[in-house]
Design a protein around this ligand. Structure first.
Ligand SMILES: O=S(=O)(CCO)c1ccc(-c2ccc(C3CCCC3)c([C@@H]3C[C@@H]3c3ccccn3)c2)cc1
Length: 240
């Protein structure tokens, strides 16, 4: 994978995104407003516009018991599961297998009235990072999705408006070993999930409509995605 033309960009964006995800909400600069909360899940956004278009950065933090960061990133990265959990997905194609940890996708998302239908081309990279805080603690796992161009799929040449996105899913596993020395089980693991995304809708859509879509779709997405992983992994060995 080192020689691929995208490698320098992938490495730069992954380092950037992970640094951002690691910062707490307080450190990320002010302006974050909590817009959704459900148990351990907290969703923040900043209201930002670019050329009159809503490009609100989103940052969600969640703690889920019984699953690990490797499992969360595995089910997020691997194409074959995506239709099971991605509610607004209409079509997904793997355009290129750049390496075993880097894929390129083309996706069309369901039209959300009154906005026109959207599509997106992005590379997706999964990576394990050393746990700097706790040397012998479990590694951090991350998936970064970043818009890119593909010669066979030029933007806005068909029915869809091309969106641009930068997404970072970063997961930190926590293990609380059982006191009585019994073998480790899923009750002893939990995962702190940080999901950061910036979606540029590509073409104009009413700010009120987009913000309503985000307010509805993002909490639904994260709840459905994490419930899916719990269900997929419950009778399987723990993936660390
Ligand atoms: O994390 S990912 O990389 C997972 C891979 O699939 C990803 C997440 C979200 C999107 C996405 C693309 C388009 C749109 C909108 C923009 C204007 C009209 C359609 C939305 C809106 C926000 C709603 C939404 C939010 C969350 C999940 C799905 N839908 C989201 C794409 C990829």
């Amino acid at each position: 994978a080192c020689q691929h033309r995208l490698w320098p960009e992938i490495d730069k964006v992954v380092q950037q995104q992970v640094a951002m995800a690691r910062m707490g909400i307080g450190e990320c600069g002010s302006g974050w407003q909590l817009f959704a909360e459900d148990g351990e899940m907290k969703m923040y956004r900043r209201e930002e516009e670019l050329d009159g278009m809503v490009v609100d950065p989103l940052k969600a933090v969640h703690v889920v018991k019984g699953i690990t960061g490797h499992e969360v990133c595995h089910y997020f990265f691997t194409p074959q599961y995506r239709y099971d959990w991605e509610t607004t997905l209409e079509q997904m194609n793997v355009l290129e297998t750049i390496s075993d940890d880097t894929l390129m996708f083309m996706q069309t998302h369901k039209r959300i009235w009154p906005a026109s239908q959207r599509d997106v081309v992005f590379w997706s990279h999964i990576r394990k990072l050393p746990n700097e805080k706790d040397r012998d603690g479990p590694d951090i796992w991350t998936v970064v999705n970043n818009s890119t161009e593909h010669p066979d799929y030029p933007a806005n040449n068909g029915k869809c408006v091309r969106i641009f996105l930068k997404v970072c899913l970063m997961c930190q596993t926590r293990v609380d070993p059982p006191k009585d020395g019994t073998p480790l089980s899923r009750e002893n693991v939990s995962c702190k999930i940080t999901y950061c995304s910036v979606v540029n809708p590509g073409g104009w859509a009413p700010a009120s409509v987009l913000r309503a879509v985000y307010k509805r779709e993002y909490p639904k997405f994260l709840k459905r995605f994490t419930a899916y992983i719990i269900n997929q992994t419950k009778n399987k060995p723990i993936m660390f």
